[in-house]
Design a binder for this molecule. Structure first.
Ligand code: XMP
Ligand code: MG
Length: 182
């Protein structure tokens, strides 16, 4: 196993675990979108690492684009009210769109985003999320077609996910030591 960052209490998913998930998702997506007009849309900034790996695991023709959104909330909880900071550069009308997300928590951010994208008339619209957080007693507002893995209801970092913009570059996903938040 890779050397752990001193702020990380526990590694949830190793580099190898992640590589296997990406390989599996890539193979599935390649099969499902063969011959289609696939556009991957990643939500900045957390999804960039996953996007970079996932697109290279897909062996059918595709285009990529990015969106940046800001959700009005307290930083670790999403409010569902979303503002588009950076919009798409390409037209998605009649194309097969797959949103690439780092982590699905309440799903409120994605629910808003999907309603916005649907209004642009894509041929299809699905979600591929790297992590799906199991939130006790609550159901996510959306149901992703592709999921890397479920994760516990803890604040996780690494593989694109940050705490105050740190730890995005860790090649694994981990849980921070509680004292880091203090
Ligand atoms: P919702 O609740 O709208 O929120 O699905 C999804 C967004 O919230 C952020 N988020 C996290 N970021 N570690 C992070 O680094 C986490 O454990 C975490 N949980 C939620 C993330 O931006 C995601 O897109
Ligand atoms: Mg995000």
């Amino acid at each position: 196993m890779e050397t752990m960052h001193p702020d990380v209490e526990k590694v949830l998913f190793s580099e190898e675990d992640i590589a296997n998930m990406v390989k599996r998702l890539g193979a599935q997506i390649s099969e499902d979108y063969k011959g289609k007009d696939l556009v991957l849309i990643a939500v900045l900034r957390g999804a960039v690492v996953f996007m970079g790996d996932l697109m290279r695991a897909i062996d059918t023709d595709l285009a990529i684009d990015f969106m940046a959104v800001s959700s009005y909330g307290n930083g670790t909880k999403s409010s569902g009210t979303v503002r588009i900071i950076k919009d798409l550069d390409i037209d998605i009308k009649d194309r097969d769109v797959l949103i690439v997300e780092d982590i699905l928590d309440s799903g409120l951010t994605l629910k808003y985003l999907m309603a916005n994208l649907v209004s642009r008339g894509p041929a299809s619209l699905e979600v591929c999320t790297f992590l799906w957080k199991d939130v006790e007693g609550k159901q996510a507002a959306i149901d992703p077609k592709y999921v890397g893995t479920h994760c516990p209801d803890e604040f996780v970092v690494g593989y694109g996910l940050d705490y105050a913009e740190h730890y995005r570059n860790l090649p694994y996903v981990g849980i921070l030591k509680p004292e880091v938040y203090a």
